[in-house]
Design a protein around this ligand. Structure first.
Ligand SMILES: COC(=O)C(/C=C/C1=C(C)CCCC1(C)C)=C/O[C@H]1C=C(C)C(=O)O1
Ligand SMILES: O=C(O)CCC(=O)C(=O)O
Ligand SMILES: [Fe+2]
Length: 360
């Protein structure tokens, strides 16, 4: 089942943030200004002991016990890690960044040939806007379904830049391999058979979202991307080479910035793995903030099971000490639920939570 909206949605006028930036207003339009409690604190992004864990995939692939243990700790305590030696050719990584940048730098009229219709998630625009009074993110998005072919909308695959389609195909093939490898070691780290997720997922769904955050004159008032957790099983996030720091993850009550590491990819556990592991591995809330002078690009791949599969916590991870925290559901239904609700922290996962007196 493909996730599609069923009701017409009124979202009002959505300004294109790159065009707003070009006009360089000293003030930011009201619709982008966050309520006090949601505004980001602008602090220097210094490296600290709170940096997210780093995993070396080349060590994992030798089933290095320490590295598997690091992966387990990262998935349990952070839900995020950066992966080094990920095996994707650096030219492929560079090429996707270049085509993404080239796409966002096209004239608005060209980009608007691929519009994201209100309430849908593919194309150019702002996703997850469902009402006229909803706050907007300081971000332009371009999102496409990639695999399986039935989720593609070929009309939204741009003809400019000319190498966009081919580059995305190559990149997606490589990222798909990486996701399969990571899922294998995630399974091993849980004491499960390496192929458990691959067997379970069927033909996995893969989508890519390119996020472009222009500089903003008031980074203290706006958000680049609203707090959310990802609906995927795994997410692979590539931060543009010369981008400003912008991704932040919620650790306890603190928003921790993710310092870009050259040639590393950021990986995060999505809601689907949280459910499958009965909450042992966490899908962590994150957001993006903007910068006064610098822009930022991120290229994000969502990797998830086939829409057909039924899922719930795996029996091996449920026992007396760890009672079942999520109900069983169809992943297609969850995808539909995810894409038809605004980004609101971890609230989307309430869909699956078994409400208990002990808070989850
Ligand atoms: C803007 O899009 C998203 O943020 C997004 C959507 C992904 C998708 C497409 C662009 C095409 C159709 C498939 C899919 C819904 C995956 C986020 O994806 C998350 C949400 C779910 C659920 C998921 O699996 O990844
Ligand atoms: O741009 C970023 O770093 C965050 C992107 C993100 O979280 C997403 O696209 O889901
Ligand atoms: Fe995300």
């Amino acid at each position: 089942m493909a996730p599609v909206p069923s009701l017409p949605i009124k979202v009002g006028h959505i300004d294109d943030v790159q065009e707003l930036r070009k006009a360089k207003p000293a003030t930011v339009p009201e619709r982008f200004i966050r309520d006090m409690a949601d505004r980001p604190k602008v602090v220097p992004n210094l490296s600290s002991s709170l940096d997210i864990p780093i995993i070396d995939l080349s060590k994992l692939m030798k089933t290095d016990k320490d590295e598997v243990m690091q992966l387990k700790t990262a998935s349990e305590e952070w839900g995020f890690f950066q992966v080094l030696n990920h095996g994707i050719d650096l030219n492929v990584v560079e090429d996707i960044e270049n085509v993404a940048k080239d796409f966002f730098m096209l004239p608005l009229q060209e980009k608007q040939k691929y519009p994201m219709a209100p309430g849908t998630v593919q194309g150019y625009g702002q996703a997850f806007v469902f009402s006229e009074n909803q706050k907007l993110d300081w971000c332009n998005m371009f999102a496409l379904g990639v695999e399986p072919p039935c989720i593609r909308n070929p009309k939204l695959w741009p003809s400019k830049p000319v190498n966009f389609r081919e580059t995305l195909e190559i990149y997606s093939r490589e990222v798909r391999k990486l996701c399969k490898t990571l899922l294998k070691y995630i399974a091993v780290s849980l004491g499960l058979k390496g192929d458990v997720f691959e067997e379970m997922f069927g033909v996995a769904v893969q989508a890519v979202r390119m996020n472009y955050y222009p500089p903003c004159s008031r980074p203290d008032l706006v958000l680049g991307l609203s707090p959310h957790s990802d609906g995927s099983a795994l997410t692979v996030l590539q931060q543009g080479k010369d981008s400003s720091v912008g991704l932040q993850i919620l650790k306890g009550k603190t928003w921790v910035p993710v310092q870009p590491i050259p040639n590393a990819l950021v990986i995060n556990i999505g809601d689907t793995l949280e459910v499958l592991t009965n909450g042992k591995y966490k899908s962590v809330e994150h957001r993006a903030v903007t910068h006064k002078e610098r822009d930022r690009l991120s290229i994000v791949t969502f990797y998830a099971p086939s829409y057909d599969i039924e899922l719930g916590p795996m029996a091996e991870l449920v026992d007396e000490k760890n009672p079942c925290r999520y109900r069983r559901y169809n992943h297609g239904e969850y995808s539909k639920h995810y894409v038809t609700n605004k980004l609101q922290g971890k609230r989307t996962l309430d869909f699956a939570k078994i409400q208990s007196k002990i808070s989850n």
